[in-house]
Design a protein around this ligand. Sequence first.
Ligand code: TNX
Length: 530
Amino acid sequence: MTKHFCSLAIRYAAVLFTAGFLLVSCTNEPPPTPKDLAQEAIIPRPVSLEATGSSFRLTEKTKIYVQAIYPDLEQLGQELADMLNPATGLEISVKKTDKVPGAGHIYLALVGDEAGLGQEGYQLEITEKQLTLTANQSAGIFYGIQTLRQLLPASIELGEKQEGPWEIASGTIVDYPSYRHRGAMLDVARHFFSVEDVKRYIDLIALYKMNVLHLHLSDDQGWRIEIKSWPRLTEIGGSTKVGGGEGGFYTQEQYKDIVQYAADHYITIIPEIDMPGHTNAALASYAELNCDGQARKLYTGTEVGFSTFCTAKDTVYAFIDDVFRELAALTPGPYLHIGGDESHVTPMEDYIPFINRVQDIVAAHGKEVAGWDEIANAEMRPGTAVQLWAGTENAKMGVEKGAMLIMSPASKAYIDMKYDSTTELGLSWAGYIEVDTGYIWDPAAMAAAEGVDKNAILGVEAPLWTETVTNIKELEYMTFPRIPGIAEIGWTPPALRQWDEYKQRLGRQKARFEALGVNYYASPKVPWAE
Ligand code: TNX
């Protein structure tokens, strides 16, 4: 529009002044459209937001300036440009600078120890003239960019040029997370998910500022990560899946690619090797891991609790040492997850010394232990993370022994549960979890009910077990729209979380889900906005 107006003006002027030179000012852009930042549907809801009633417009002249001294900022600036350019049709470029840029531009800067923002917080200052995104660390800039995405129309997600204008409501957002662990878990053992599928899931959870992806890499039905010193794990143990048929596994190169892709999205991968139960795939691969020295048959059903490593054998600990050595070398994050759940055929007097010894092995490889809540029966090293799923008593015991908690209560956070009785996919042993049920809970309040202090909570995690979930579209159907709610629980303080308000914001994600091609469940609980 504006461009058209200017070029017409130039032509008209050229007719009037057939000779000589001419100065035409094309600064008379239409004024910024009034917009109300407080009406934008941002998930997770920001901690504080002040609207000033106007907007910042992206134009052909807009550039992204980044502080020259931080290489991460140039990378983030480029990601922002790559997010903006396809749909706007603009060619916004990234420029390094030593000073605050003039009017009309976006500026990304690290500001040192800005009070209250922490390691992941950010501040967005949006005026008609400038959009400034600041943080203490680059993670905050990344999260600020995710907020910016949501301040633009959903069509920003599309790969081809769309109709503008591209205006961002003005005001100030100061935002930081409640919890440092905001995660999703994906079971790639029951059904295998390709590198591309995992990257797609990373893309989707990063939009909601999640920072952990826990990969459940082994179970009775499959072993999914290459271990070079024990090759039959993937050769045999990785060969099948629930229901039978071809399984799959990640080579170490592929796994590194996932870890790097996650890191680029400020997501840490937590690898889980479940033990001593949930180990049939390993027990089928190596006879010596069984007490009777007999390899088990591969298993493609969905029962749990029937398998166990032979906790009395040194070979088993040598095996675990090799597995965790190789896994630690692939893992930049602090945790290795040792599972430890539902070991129904491992007597407690064997289970406890086993978990203690495995914790020593993990520590020897320089990592901290995470495990399902049953591990709290063992000794707890400082730094251990106990993941509450069913046993609030276990969680409490773990905290008393010095562990921290990851909150994944099955009746709230298990996104493999059906939404209601008509949901075709999923299980229902922990109940139906409609979108409201999955949203209306608070980790600190839940822990407090058990006498556990908020400070013992690392954060929240939503597990997707995949007995019934076989591909990425089914994954999306179970996770959307519940995962944005879990992300908000991890980020936004409880006082700012009310279902009646949240459901409006969620309903307004419809266009974005569609632009992203997400196969979401159109829950009747949510007022989906057309
Ligand atoms: C329990 S939760 C399990 C998993 C199943 C899940 C199904 C947990 C630590 N163990 O083995 O896949 O239920 O919902």
